[in-house]
Design a protein around this ligand. Structure first.
Ligand SMILES: [Zn+2]
Length: 305
C-alpha cells in the first residue's frame, strides 16, 4: 500500500513531476480536462474516472488533484510546489491506493478512514485516489462507502476503473462519472485485452482455442467483455478507414461491405446483451462463432476464385 505523505524538505524535480501529467495533457484528453476544470470550483465529493488506459486514468486523476490545489491562474500551473508534489505523489493531503497489483484490502480502507478522521495537513483540498478501484473487495468497498457518504468539505474521492460496470453499483450510484477518451486501435490494450484480441483473431482463422479460454470459470467479467467488444468495433473502424490495425483488423480486412454491416449488427447485439445482463462468456462465444462463420465464408469464396 502506498499512503504517500509529505516530505516537505524535498521538492521533486520539474521533470519528475511533469512526467506524471504527460498522459493527462495529451490532446486526446482535452474534453475530460475541460469537464474537470468546470467541476474544480465545486467538485463532487466522489468522482469516477473510466475509459482510457490505467496510466491515463491515474495521470488525469493527479492532474485534477493539482487543479484543486494549485492557486495559480490558470490552474493547474504545473510549476508551483503543490503541482510538483502532487505530480510526484508526495503531496501532504494526497492519498493514493492502487489496486493494480491485485486488490485493495479492507485494512487499507480502515487506515484511510482513520487518517481522514484527522485534520488535513495543509489548507488545500484533500484528494483520495483509488486507482484500479475494481480491485476493491466487497468488504473494502462497503467500508469505503461509509466514507463516501460522510459529507466532508474539502475532500474529494477519485475512483478509477476501466468501466463503471466493474465497480459495485452502490459506489457508482453515489458518484459523478467522467469518461476519458478510449484508447485507439493498436495502442489500446492492456496486455490482457491484447491477448484476448490475439486469441480471437487466431480463433477466426483456425477455429481453435477460443472456447477453452472462455470456459474457464470466472475468466470473463462483464467489464472486460464490453472492452473486448469495443476493441473489435475499433478494429473494424480501422479497417473501414483503411488504417492498419492489429491482428484482428487483418482478419476483418477481406470482408465485403455487406459483411461489415453484419458484423456491426452483431457487435451492437452484444452490447444489448450485456445491458440485459446476459452471461458475458456466452455473449463472447456467440460473437466469436458468428464471426468465425463470416470469416470462413470469406475464405471459401477466395479459394473458389
Ligand atoms: Zn500550480
Amino acid at each position: 500500500m502506498s499512503f504517500k505523505t509529505a516530505d516537505e524538505e524535498r521538492l521533486p524535480s520539474r521533470e519528475e513531476a511533469l512526467a506524471a501529467y504527460d498522459a493527462a495533457l495529451s490532446p486526446r484528453q482535452e474534453r475530460v480536462r475541460t469537464a474537470l476544470s468546470r467541476l474544480a470550483s465545486d467538485p463532487p465529493q466522489v468522482l469516477i474516472l473510466e475509459g482510457g488506459t490505467a496510466a491515463e486514468r491515474l495521470s488525469v486523476a493527479l492532474w485534477h488533484a493539482a487543479c484543486l490545489n494549485c492557486t495559480s491562474e490558470p490552474s493547474p500551473c504545473l510549476a508551483c510546489p503543490s503541482c510538483l508534489q502532487i505530480g510526484a505523489s508526495i503531496f501532504n493531503d494526497l492519498y493514493v491506493l492502487n489496486g493494480s497489483s491485485g486488490s485493495i484490502k479492507i485494512e487499507e480502507i480502515r487506515d484511510l478512514r482513520r487518517i481522514l478522521g484527522e485534520a488535513p495537513r495543509g489548507t488545500g483540498k484533500r484528494v483520495v485516489i483509488l486507482a484500479e478501484a475494481q480491485a476493491l473487495g466487497v468488504e473494502a468497498a462497503n467500508a469505503l462507502l461509509k466514507s463516501l457518504e460522510e459529507p466532508r468539505p474539502n475532500l474529494c474521492f477519485l475512483l478509477l476503473a476501466p468501466q463503471r460496470e466493474r465497480l459495485l453499483p452502490t459506489l457508482v450510484s453515489r458518484s459523478w462519472v467522467l469518461t476519458l477518451a478510449w484508447p485507439q486501435a493498436g495502442e489500446e490494450a492492456g496486455d490482457e485485452l491484447r491477448s484476448w484480441l490475439d486469441e480471437l483473431a487466431a480463433f477466426l482463422t483456425t477455429g481453435r482455442g477460443w472456447l477453452e479460454r472462455t470456459s474457464v470459470r470466472g475468466a470473463v467479467d462483464a467489464g472486460p467483455a464490453r472492452e473486448l467488444v469495443a476493441a473489435v468495433q475499433r478494429a473494424q473502424s480501422a479497417v473501414l478507414a483503411n488504417r492498419t490495425g492489429n491482428a484482428l483488423a487483418a482478419v476483418l480486412t477481406p470482408l465485403s461491405a455487406r459483411e461489415h454491416l453484419h458484423v456491426r449488427d452483431l457487435l451492437a447485439q452484444c452490447q444489448e446483451s450485456f445491458d440485459a445482463m446476459v452471461n458475458p462468456a456466452l455473449v463472447l462465444n456467440w460473437l466469436a462463432t458468428q464471426l468465425y462463420e463470416i470469416c470462413h465464408a470469406v475464405r471459401d469464396r477466395s479459394r473458389c476464385r
